[in-house]
Design a protein around this ligand. Structure first.
Ligand code: SAM
Ligand code: DTB
Ligand code: SF4
Length: 329
């Protein structure tokens, strides 16, 4: 049966038993059939003209002990970055207020740690409480967590924890050697079990194969509960990092990846994440058509540039897209 003949409800069924062959077949569909299916699924759970916006802040920058091959914040690479210690709470809240004034509904705070120290968590909890008091949703990404740290974040009122799988289990060791895929899964399970919403996705354009992309999506889609947010990052190539100079991914393949994420996880916010600076407006429009309904908004990601806010506002206006507040269907 072709996508256009399938009953609509069956296309948007929430499943956790996807097979690799099914995901590969979706990725390989004729483009128009794939986008039609993704857009159909998208409309079952979401307003198709609404995109949720999150702003990022690096609250602790650089000097990271890990060796993630894409990351300018690793101490191992010469990436022309000024390391900065954990920021004071008031400076973080000032940045959050500005992001709110620009229209962001969620504020995501990222730290270049393998894992936080317990005393760091205390300050991060103060940040979370302050950002929540501004009426924004909160997200942090701090690396691997212990049970105690996870509970402290939950008790502090944290809404989302971001921890990406980054790629397939098979390709992972080509990118990172200082911690395992299982370490990542363990932290994700802790976060889920503590009742914090999960933000988990990956990066494409790192030289991985189509099967690696399929396996990453499969891993996300077959979690006992789908991550509420699924960031799909296009590698931002930073000079000095091992992945600088990797052959660029075909933009159409990127759009396909977004569409398949949407089909596999119909109720999740699929985020068109890092890499937008290098994308045309037309490509971003295709990503929204393919079911992306969240972006990182604001002129910086963590350490690299993101599109200017007025450019994004104009793009949304040209597309008739409204910035949404609600984070989950
Ligand atoms: N240190 C913590 C960790 O690794 O979990 C949190 C911060 S880390 C920078 C958060 C995520 O940013 C990474 O997992 C990766 O998916 C993404 N990221 C980092 N550098 C990137 C790049 N150059 N291009 C695209 N995504 C990137
Ligand atoms: C995610 O998936 N992408 C964001 C956020 N979660 C933390 C980070 C992108 C970082 C891009 C490189 C940089 O700016 O340092
Ligand atoms: Fe460190 Fe996170 Fe960058 Fe890896 S991705 S080097 S853990 S900051």
């Amino acid at each position: 049966m072709s996508a256009s003949q399938k009953p609509l409800e069956s296309m948007a069924t929430i499943r956790h038993d996807w097979q690799l062959a099914e995901v590969e077949a979706l990725l390989a569909l004729p483009f128009n059939d794939l986008i039609y299916q993704a857009q159909t699924v998208h409309r079952v759970y979401f307003d198709p003209n609404e995109v949720q916006v999150s702003s990022l802040l690096s609250i602790k920058t650089g000097s990271c002990s890990e060796d993630c091959g894409y990351c300018p914040q690793s101490a191992r690479y010469d990436s022309d970055l000024n390391p900065e210690a954990l920021m004071p709470v008031d400076a973080v809240l000032k940045a959050a207020q500005q992001a709110k004034e620009q229209g962001a509904s969620r504020f995501c705070m990222g730290a270049a740690w393998r894992s936080p120290k317990d005393r760091d968590i205390e300050r991060v909890v103060e940040m979370v409480q302050g950002v929540k008091a501004l009426g924004m949703e909160t997200c942090v990404t701090l690396g691997m967590l212990s049970d105690k740290q996870t509970q402290a974040l939950k008790d502090g009122g944290l809404d989302y924890y971001n921890h990406n799988l980054d790629t397939s289990e098979d390709y992972y060791s080509e990118i990172i050697t200082t911690r395992t895929y299982q370490d990542r899964l363990d932290t994700l399970e802790r976060v889920r079990d503590a009742g914090i919403n999960v933000c988990c996705g990956g990066i494409v354009g790192m030289g991985e194969s189509e099967t690696d992309r399929a396996k990453l999506l499969l891993q996300l889609a077959n979690m006992p509960k789908h991550p509420e947010s699924v960031p799909i990052n296009m590698l931002v190539q930073v000079e000095g990092t091992p992945l600088h100079g990797t052959e660029a991914l075909d933009p159409i393949v990127f759009v396909r990846t977004i569409a398949v994420a949407r089909i596999l996880m119909p109720q999740s916010r699929v985020r068109l994440s890092a890499g937008r600076k290098a994308m045309s407006d037309e490509m971003q429009a295709l990503c929204f058509l393919a079911g992306a309904n969240s972006i990182f908004y604001g002129e910086k990601l963590l350490t690299t540039d993101n599109p200017m806010t007025n450019h994004d506002q104009q793009l949304f206006e040209r597309l008739g897209v409204k910035m949404g507040g609600s984070s989950y269907a």
